[in-house]
Design a protein around this ligand. Structure first.
Ligand code: KIV
Length: 274
């Protein structure tokens, strides 16, 4: 009997698979999605993790921060994305205030994202202080990714989106946060906008995968916000975002051509009519 072995591009990505990838030194590619069509393209392109990020608040809903995102809105996004994602691990952000009011609320909301939203794992911002909540969710069988370094839900406390952990005391706190999350049972840690040496040290210390955004090449994997890397976001452009397309220009050009065609009566033509 011939046993067919699935290639790594065919195998369903699970938290176990991500752990194997870390152990084997294979880098983990992650991107965000908020809608069905983008999620389907990402999954077909072989992305390992699709994050339904609360960045949707900014790049989808047009808010200035991630704070206005509500549970019901997150549920809507993860439900539509889940219809498209077959191979990648489907990860969802727990929105601001959905886990800060205690472990019971956090578990209930994580449960809704898994049960009604069909997510496969949840992500929470915070380190040592949220570990009791992480433990509670993990004990219910829900995989948790921690999010440390720059935590966008704390933007009003910071007052700035500057790099975190550039000073020794904060770098030490971030390092301790990473270890505490692993200890609390997190299957992975995302680290945002910190010096590359700090992220590398954390990735080398932790046995779970460390995913970086603006944290250098020493992480076990990378994530970007998809509209940023596609060149759709025009309001800001941090230097860690590599642009893989110029969709803002391409779309604007297409919209202008359509307007010209309608106004010039060249659209529709005979073959585009019944
Ligand atoms: O919400 C989001 O998109 C994130 C990014 C850091 C990837 O958490």
């Amino acid at each position: 009997m011939v046993t067919e072995r699935l290639s790594s591009l065919e195998r369903k990505v699970t938290t176990l698979r991500l752990q194997e990838m870390k152990t084997a030194g294979e880098k983990i590619a992650c991107l965000t999605a908020y809608d069905f069509l983008t999620a389907r393209l990402l999954d077909r392109a072989g992305i390992d993790v699709v994050l339904v990020g609360d960045s949707a608040s900014m790049v989808f809903a047009g808010n200035d921060t991630t704070l206005p995102m509500k549970m019901d809105e997150m549920l809507y996004h993860v439900k539509v994305v889940s219809k498209a994602v077959k191979r990648a691990l489907l990860l969802v952000d727990m929105p601001f205030m959905s886990y800060h009011t205690g472990a019971d609320d956090a578990l209930r909301n994580a449960g809704r994202l898994m049960q009604d939203g069909m997510a496969e794992a949840v992500k929470l911002e915070g380190g040592t202080t949220i570990c009791p909540i992480v433990k509670r969710i993990v004990e219910a069988g829900i995989p948790v990714m921690g999010h440390i370094g720059l935590q966008p839900q704390s933007i009003h406390a910071y007052g700035t989106y500057k790099t975190r952990g550039t000073e020794v005391a904060e770098a030490k706190r971030i390092f301790e946060d990473a270890k505490a999350l692993e200890e609390a049972g997190a299957f992975a840690v995302l680290i945002e906008k910190v010096p590359k040496a700090l992220a590398k040290r954390i990735a080398e210390t932790l046995s779970v995968p460390v995913i970086g955004i603006g944290a250098g090449a020493g992480c076990d994997g990378q994530i970007l916000v998809t509209p940023d890397m596609l060149g759709l976001t025009t309001q800001f452009s941090p230097r860690f975002v590599r642009k893989y397309a110029r969709l803002a220009e391409a779309m604007t050009e297409a919209f202008k051509r359509y307007c010209d065609d309608v106004r010039g009566t060249t659209f529709p033509n005979e073959s585009e009519c019944y």
